[in-house]
Design a protein around this ligand. Sequence first.
Ligand code: HEM
Length: 126
Amino acid sequence: MTETSFYDAVGGEETFRRLVHRFYEGVAEDPLLRPLYPEPDLTGAEERLRGFLIQYWGGPNSYSQERGHPRLRMRHMPFVIGEPERDAWLRHMRDAVDSLDLTEDQATKLWDYLVYAAHSLVNSPT
Ligand code: HEM
């Protein structure tokens, strides 16, 4: 018996492509977040976040093949992430989640994870 992954249930790669692309359109215009991203264009960051989320939700694991173990807390240490950065990040994600055609249950499941993960990556007092 095979179980359908959340990745497949929400529409596979196309859905994550749309989610992360919309998210980075918001980041690109955000005066608080944009300066945190070290590279002059956000294409690489978009690929990494997309690959990570695809893998996390049960899709292909190309993220770890390319980047190894995610170690997200460690990888975010070079960036000052306080509550304002976390909330700005989540605001763009909320907009991106709302732009998809998910069921209410799917949107809640995805959103709850993103909120939890974003809270766990705060590394600086505000
Ligand atoms: C990388 C900021 C939350 C997943 C990055 C980078 C920045 C950043 C500046 C470097 C961009 C790059 O890859 O070149 C933030 C901020 C957050 C946040 C301000 C607010 C809390 C999250 C969350 C997740 C996440 C909640 C996962 C659900 C990733 C991944 C990478 C990354 C997978 C690439 C890691 C790598 O392979 O090097 N983030 N992030 N981030 N972030 Fe975040």
